[in-house]
Structure formats: C-alpha cells, structure tokens
Design a protein around this ligand. Structure first.
Ligand code: ATP
Length: 373
C-alpha cells in the first residue's frame, strides 16, 4: 500500500485547454479518498496521472514520498477500474477474476479460494462459469471490480465504477467496495460526480471545479461547513434553499431578513466572522431542507404549495409569506419533514429553522462568511 502525494499538478492539453491547475493533495496510506465534481472538472485527469497513462505538464506525483512521474504505468502497481471496463471475452468469470493471480503465479489452491471469496463478496458465485457475453452490464462491472481488488495493488483507482448499475445494486456494491477496501487496507482514489457516493464511501473528499480543488475534508465537513456556495449546492440529497437576504441589527442583535421575514441569529451570529460589517448589506442565506422543521419556534411563515411523499420523508415545497427578495425572486422554500407530519396544502403554517445550521455567503464572491478554522 502507498500514500499518494500530488504536488501542484497542472495539465495543459495541446489545444491550450487547462484541465488541471495547481492540484495538491496528500492522500494517506489506506485512505478511501473521493474525487468529486461535475462533468469535465478534471477528476479523471488526476487518476490518469496517478496511473501513469498520462503525464502532467507541471508538478509531481509521489508514492510514499518518491516521485513516480518517470515510472511507466506497468511498474506502478496500480489497479484501475473504469465505468466501462473490458473483460477477456474468451475467459469465464472465474478465469477473468483469477487472471492476475495466474500471471503472478500464486499457488493454485490459494488462488482458487481467493477467487471464491471475492466472487462471494460481489455475489458472483453462481456466475463463475459464464463468459462475459452471458452477463448483464452490471454483472460485468462487478467482475471487473472483483478482478481488480484481487490484485492487491499499491493504489486502487476507480472511475465512476457504479454508474452502470441500477439503484438497488449500486447501494449494495457501494457498501461492498467500502467494506473490502477497509478489509484489504488498500489506498483508494475514487472518482464520482455522485455526492451520495462521496458522502457514504469516502474518508475524505476533494471537490473539484474547473480543474481546481475547491475544498478538501471529511464528507461531513464539506456538508456542514462548505467553503463557498458551490460546495453548499453540490452536497446534500436535496438542494439547499438559497435566498438573497439582508443582515439587520435589532437591539444589538443580528438577524437576516428574507423578503419581509426575519430570522434572528442569536448567539449563532458568532459563527460568522465580522458579520457586523455586513449590517444593511445583502448576503446569500442557505438553509438545507433538513434543517427546517414544523412547529417549535416557528420563525418562517409559509404557505404550502405541494408535498412529495418519498416514503421515508415528506419533501414539502412552500412559498414564504413575504414580499419579494432583493433580487425580485419569489421566495420559495423546500423542507424535508418526518413522515406523518400534517401539512395542509395551500394553508399558512410556520416552519421552524435550526439557526445553528444557517449558512451565509458573500453575494459577490460566493465565499462563506463562517469562521472555518
Ligand atoms: P467526467 O465526469 O465527465 O468524466 P472529469 O471530471 O473526469 O469528467 P476529465 O476527463 O478529467 O473530466 O476532463 C477534464 C477536462 O479536460 C474536460 O473538459 C475535457 O473535455 C478536457 N480534455 C480531456 N482530454 C482532452 C484533450 N486531449 N484535449 C483537450 N481537452 C481535453
């Protein structure tokens, strides 16, 4: 297993396009590290450089502190699984999975039991004697992952490996990959654009935008303390509510005014650096649907528009009973409420807001106003 260090990686393509710009990361030995971001932000480019199938224009890739930029891909002992990973078409599932062990000349009986163990973990036991052409896309993908995991590489690279699986299988394989990675202790760099995968699998996550890292941290850090608006909007199962609001002062206390409704910040104002300087100014106020409740203090008055029954929760869309916000938008809001909550359509009710979980951002830069140290 290896720790992986990326130092100031820059990649400029022949047409002048800058795919990566100043990417620096320190990934610990045995860490499950997720590279997250929208399509085209440079995630795969990072993996290709760690694998050695592409080289940086500038910067360094190190395994355990030693530069591997000049080391050919085949000598790096990395294992890579892509979204569409090719299997050997004339080999059975058993032979495909065991291929690397055969090449490595492991004892036959040891190899057979390793193949059986990993096949069981990925629910492939019944399929061991089939050819790839006799498998579904999802089954082929699981064979590819089982084969890659059996190789025991220094570093494991996965690029959207679950994208072709259906929802229920994706959930299952997601936990299987996490479990196996922890058991084997291999360093994992895992690329996805799916924030649920990042939140549920990663020890740490780096969120990318336009070839740059926006924030690195544990999934919960990114979710609870987003550095800017982009991070806040990228993470979360339901999109964060984002309002234009004005910071106001009443009786020596700070509040935010959304439309004509006031949210008192109380001692939570201390979570933000120098918020007094924003009095009378516009900010962006982010409220996650899951930090809005029914009853309690009841700080935002809304009229219910419609309710989505999601089985485990109610996703409620409502309009703030208010004048328009600073940008003239209708202040609508979504809340995630427990099943069974009484939410009469079109009626006016009060949503309580967990003010400890309010996010505030600079309107111009999108940077968080919270103390993030
Ligand atoms: P996705 O999730 O869609 O796979 P990604 O974040 O993995 O996206 P990359 O594959 O790393 O993105 O590509 C980063 C950017 O570099 C993309 O905008 C892509 O179009 C661009 N790119 C990749 N290869 C080349 C090339 N040879 N020449 C010019 N631009 C390229």
């Amino acid at each position: 297993m290896s720790a992986v260090q990326l130092h100031n990686l820059r990649k400029v393509h022949e047409n002048g396009f800058v795919a990566l710009d100043g990417v620096t990361l320190d990934i610990a030995d045995g860490e499950f590290f997720v590279l997250l971001g929208p399509s085209g932000c440079g995630k795969t480019t990072v993996l290709r450089m760690v694998a050695g199938v592409d080289s940086p224009t500038h910067g360094d890739v190190r395994f355990d502190g030693v530069s591997v930029v000049e080391v050919p891909s085949r000598d790096r002992n990395v294992s890579m699984v892509f979204q569409n990973y090719a299997l050997y078409p004339t080999m059975t599932v058993r032979e495909n999975i065991g291929f690397s062990l055969r090449v490595g000349k492991v004892k036959k009986s040891t190899a057979a039991s390793s193949v059986n163990d990993i096949a069981a973990a990925f629910e492939l036991t019944e399929l061991l004697d089939r050819l790839p052409s006799q498998l579904s896309g999802g089954e082929r993908q699981r064979v590819a992952m089982a084969r890659a995991m059996l190789r025991e590489p220094n570093v494991f690279l996965m690029d959207e490996p679950l994208a072709n699986l259906d929802a229920s299988l994706r959930e299952k394989v997601r936990s299987e990959v996490s479990r196996l990675q922890r058991r084997v202790g291999v360093t994992m760099l895992y690329v996805t654009h799916d924030q649920v995968e990042a939140m549920s699998m990663g020890d740490r996550v780096a969120l990318f935008e336009d070839g740059k890292i926006v924030q690195v941290g544990s999934p919960l850090e990114l979710y609870e303390a987003p550095r800017n608006r982009f991070v806040a909007e990228f993470l979360g199962t339901h999109a964060i509510n984002m309002f234009r609001a004005t910071v106001i002062e009443q009786d020596d206390k700070l509040s935010v005014l959304i439309g004509s409704q006031c949210l008192a910040l109380g001692r939570n104002a201390n979570r933000f650096s120098n918020l007094w300087a924003f009095v009378g100014r516009e900010v962006l106020c982010g409220l996650r649907p899951e930090s809005i409740g029914r009853g309690g203090a009841g700080v935002l008055d809304v009229s219910i528009e419609f309710v989505e029954q999601l089985g485990h929760e109610l996703l409620v869309s409502a309009n703030l009973i208010s004048e328009a916000c600073g940008d003239g938008s209708t202040p609508s809001i979504r809340a995630s409420l427990p099943i069974g909550t009484h939410v009469p359509r079109w009626e006016a009710i009060s949503f309580s807001v967990d003010t400890e979980r309010i996010h505030l951002f600079d309107v111009e830069t999108g940077e968080s106003l919270a103390n993030l140290h």
